[in-house]
Design a protein around this ligand. Sequence first.
Ligand code: ADP
Ligand code: MG
Length: 237
Amino acid sequence: EQEVAEYRNTLAIRVSGFDVPRPVKTFEDCGFSAQLMGAITKQGYENPTPIQRQAFPIVLSGRDIIGIAKTGSGKTAAFVLPMIVHIMDQPELQKEEGPIGVICAPTRELAHQIYLEAKKFAKPYGLRVSAVYGGMSKLEQFKELKAGCEIVVATPGRLIDMIKMKAVNMSRGTCLVLDEADRMFDLGFEPQIRSIVGQIRPDRQTLLFSATMPYKVEKLAREILSDPVRVTVGEVG
Ligand code: ADP
Ligand code: MG
């Protein structure tokens, strides 16, 4: 009885790919720095969520990932924390301009939420996060990007505008996140996403998160990710 009840409350986790790193149980298992651990504690996060337990070691090892999990499962920290480690690992951080981490999200509300979370974790390192989305003055965004940043959080259309205006140099980008990829496709952003991908270094790490994987998203994932690990977290009925 007890066992059955517990099973019903467990999340079904499916992982596929070559040489998948083992999941972590705690934030300490990730080897995060004292600064990052401080920011995690300050957020009130005690333990990683199921998608984070799987995603942290995969992304920290430099692998591409397809993460499929519903809203509210903690996907933002699953990519933001390893992205900060990735950025701090880059040699000669100061020598060039342009974001190292590029995060695309479907709407300004989502981009803004990610921006706020990224800022909290970037703060202890003094990393600069810029938000780029519609509804804000293009001139203000142009100036902010010109001033420099290590992470940019953007809706695809506005990021393309900024690239065209030469506000931002994408050639330093080595970690690309496509968040809520299915919704970006629903909103017609496929051409903009492809254009952004084409401007970021081919040796980048690519992280794709989605609640669902329709054929078009699957096809893009096959084209732009290399040897990804696929993690699906879903409830067992
Ligand atoms: P998703 O992108 O999967 O919809 P979010 O990243 O927006 O989910 O996270 C949902 C909520 O869970 C947010 O309020 C976030 O601050 C919180 N959260 C994320 N990770 C943890 C954690 N490890 N422990 C507790 N709360 C967390
Ligand atoms: Mg999210």
